[in-house]
Design a protein around this ligand. Structure first.
Ligand SMILES: C=C(O[C@@H]1C=C(C(=O)O)C=C[C@H]1O)C(=O)O
Length: 338
């Protein structure tokens, strides 16, 4: 497996796009390390992926032969609170109005990461065996980043807003909550801005629809997303690499305004990580020769030398409550295997 810097990733994607050759694309959160592999070259012993029915493995889910147990050992609330307070202090100073704060949680599983990949249900699934450069990881993400259809219509689908579906009137509570509404509107605005860098006639096509996500413990989650669309120039395939990187990192896992918020995240997450985000909250994408589809790499388990870690987080605003955000981060630790 080859890891490319941003410049090389952009030129390789532009070339493959121009030649209409199918390829897989992965980028880490910082956009510093990417994998761009033509479909024919992918070694399925190293990388397996399936994105909305397209990939290098069978679309049939392997049947689950034993119940999956996931044990979580979240970081201390006091450590989370240090990061949270740093973020909220910056929000109150006017340096950010929405910051995505994430952390790593030690977990134990009674199955391998490859088995999770084979048995989980998600729009974007990817498993990387890992090597000296990157650790083994599995990602089973429900969040679309960007889709481009054959006519050059580009759409992004930011996800923001999460609730336990078991709560009475969960749907109403989530959709009527003022904090959730403003947070979601902020992210839609940010994506409109990002899409306007690469596309013309940007519009909000769908505003705040719900997805239901299944978890191994039988308790579903509800998540809110929107669709923002625009039109690309006819020769978009020649510039696909540039188009993608113009919009990275994704708004929903960074915040607004983006650049200043990235600085705040880097400082805050020193108390929530032993390492760093790495490929978590990066992008995975597939170009089939005609169209492009990509997901945000959330819902992510990595194998470290000290065991498995699950990376998760959520959006913080001026109105966020620390205990609630801590709970949301823990609630997102699940595997979609039932
Ligand atoms: C960062 C994560 O989630 C992000 C934050 C969300 C929210 O605040 O509701 C929802 C989806 C993601 O864009 C994660 O799930 O790890």
């Amino acid at each position: 497996m080859k890891y490319l810097n941003q410049e090389k990733a952009i030129s390789t994607i532009n070339l493959l796009g121009r030649e209409k050759k199918a390829f897989l694309f992965l980028s880490d959160f910082k956009g510093h390390n990417s994998i761009v592999e033509p479909l024919d070259y992918i070694d399925s012993q190293q990388i397996k992926f399936l994105m909305n029915g397209k990939g290098n493995i069978s679309t049939v889910l392997k049947s689950v032969d034993r119940k999956i147990y996931l044990t979580k050992k979240p970081i201390d609330f006091s450590d989370y609170a240090i990061a949270f307070r740093y973020v909220q202090h910056n929000i109150l100073q006017g340096n950010s109005f929405l910051t995505n704060l994430t952390c790593e949680t030690d977990i134990e599983l009674n199955v391998s990461l490859l088995e999770i990949f084979e048995q989980s249900e998600a729009k974007y699934k990817i498993w990387i065996k890992g090597d000296t450069f990157s650790k083994e990881f599995v990602c089973f993400s429900p969040e679309i980043f960007v889709k481009i259809d054959s006519k050059g219509k580009i759409s992004s689908f930011p996800m923001k807003g999460t609730i336990d579906a078991e709560i009475d009137n969960a749907e109403k509570i989530l959709l009527n909550d003022a904090k959730e509404f403003y947070e979601h509107t902020t992210i839609v605005d940010l994506i409109r801005n990002d899409l306007s860098k690469v596309a013309s006639k940007v519009w909000v096509e769908k505003f705040r629809y719900l997805d239901r996500i299944k978890k191994e413990d039988g308790k579903d989650l509800l998540q809110v997303s929107s669709q923002v669309s625009g039109l690309l120039a006819d020769d978009w395939r020649n510039n696909l690499g540039k188009i993608i990187f113009e919009m990275l990192p994704a708004g929903s896992i960074s915040g607004a305004p983006k650049n200043k918020t990235l600085e705040i995240i880097a400082e805050a997450e020193k108390s929530t990580y032993n390492s760093e985000r790495g490929f978590y909250t990066g992008i995975c994408g597939f170009f089939d020769g005609e169209t492009f589809d990509s997901g945000v790499m959330i819902r992510f388990i990595e194998k470290t030398k000290n065991g498995l870690v699950f990376k998760s987080g959520g959006g913080i605003t001026a109105k966020s409550i620390c205990t609630k955000e801590y709970q949301e981060m823990i609630q997102k630790i699940y595997v979609p295997v039932i």
